[in-house]
Design a protein around this ligand. Structure first.
Ligand code: OSB
Ligand code: MG
Length: 382
């Protein structure tokens, strides 16, 4: 469904774009096989006109450790190559078309596409969920648990999330912190706990036998065991390991998803809009997987409320049959930049208002903002 089919009042005209940089502390350090995060380095794009503001949140981390993108690099490529393409009547669809020739930089493309999409949907009075084809009003929540200093610490942290009501636990693993921690969590919490692991590409194909030891623990999936580029090696790994393989980092587009599924590199996909260039491409991956009966779930990138709201709209599509890394605000931040997303019986409600359906608390957001700038390349063109 196209946004203008819902439009009751004509498209709004973009008159200003702002780029905001901010930072917010995490409630606890988040350790993965690629590094430790203690704070979120934030970049927001605000597209405004006719009294409407569309918001986008960049998912890139401060360093290029999860992927080759990093937030300062996103700012640079946005300023030099993407923001100058935006005109007063640019839509999310026309923007995405216009950056087709720019290779990579999906997270930079995604933040601007999302801000444009939020702007046009708010103007049309249509929620992002409705636009994308959401069929659920709330989504099941999982939580991603960082690598801990000891198994004892891990069990304590998992217990806390279990008590909060999370419906699925994901353990970050790396060589040296894998089989025994998983065994301990499975033994302590029992067979009914929905449990999965994420290696963030920390293994090699030669570790296949080692990883096959995870088969004993009835995991939902193992996420991205091998490097991003080694899609075909995952198909080899899948012949040795019975636990379903889910790809995250490798899935950079709907085309890659199709090829990965065709060769048997994965049987489940983690969809992150930022990683694939935005919500339009994310929906394509959903549709492809839905058609093929391949389960998908919504990944996370430690988003604040702005990014979280948009992810919840996506996670409400019918193919999202596994709980996502769509956790409550309190799992990440002492205070969120929007009204907090709260867990109710293990679920988060999908926002229903126009666009992403939620506004930032501007006083609080301003208090954590390092700088906000009007984008000159845009204003100069008009
Ligand atoms: O691999 O899924 C990942 C966070 C940052 C970067 C990569 C990943 C993650 C997470 C946490 O696992 C997801 C979340 O809770 O937002
Ligand atoms: Mg992952």
């Amino acid at each position: 469904m196209r946004w203008h089919e819902h439009d009751r009042s004509g498209p709004r005209v973009i008159t200003e774009i702002r780029l905001r940089r901010a930072h917010i502390d995490l409630v606890s350090p988040f350790r993965t096989s690629f590094g430790v995060e203690t704070a979120r380095d934030l970049l927001y794009i605000e597209v405004s006109g006719d009294g409407v503001i569309g918001w986008g949140e960049c998912v890139a981390m401060s360093e290029p450790m999860y992927s080759s993108e990093y937030v300062d690099g996103c700012e640079e490529v946005l300023r030099r190559f993407m923001l100058p393409l935006v005109q007063s009547n640019t839509t999310a669809e026309s923007f995405t078309e216009s950056v087709r020739g720019i290779r990579g930089h999906s997270m930079a493309k995604a933040v601007l596409e999302t801000a444009l999409l939020d702007f046009q949907l708010r103007g049309a009075g249509v929620s992002l969920g409705t636009f994308l084809g959401a069929t659920q009003t709330r989504v099941r929540s999982g939580v991603s648990v960082g690598i801990q200093p000891s198994i004892e610490d891990l069990l304590r942290v998992v217990q806390g999330y279990f008590d909060d009501g999370y419906l699925r636990i994901k353990l970050k693993i790396e060589p040296g912190f894998d089989i025994e921690p998983v065994r301990a969590v499975r033994t302590t919490f029992g067979d009914d706990l929905l449990l999965q692991v994420d290696a963030n590409s920390a293994y090699e194909l030669s570790d296949a036998k080692h990883l096959a030891q995870l088969d004993a623990f009835n995991l939902l999936l193992i996420e991205q065991p091998l490097p991003e580029e080694q899609v075909a090696s995952h198909a080899q790994l899948a012949k040795v390991v019975r636990t379903p393989i889910c790809l995250d980092e490798s899935i950079l587009s709907a085309e890659v998803a199709r090829e990965a599924l065709d060769i048997g590199a994965c049987s489940i996909i983690n969809i992150k809009p930022g990683r694939v260039g935005g919500y339009l491409e994310a929906k394509k991956i959903h549709d492809l997987c839905y058609e093929r009966g391949v389960p998908v779930w919504c990944g996370g990138m430690l988003e604040t409320g702005i990014g979280r709201a948009a992810n919840l709209a996506l996670a409400a599509l019918p193919g999202f049959t596994l709980p996502g890394d769509t956790s409550a605000s309190a799992r990440y931040f002492r205070r969120d930049v929007t009204a907090p997303f709260e867990l109710r019986n293990g679920h988060l409600d999908v926002p229903t208002g126009p666009g992403i359906g939620i506004d930032p608390d501007l006083d609080f957001l301003d208090s954590i903002t390092d700088r906000v700038e009007r984008v000159d390349s845009f204003s100069a063109a008009h």
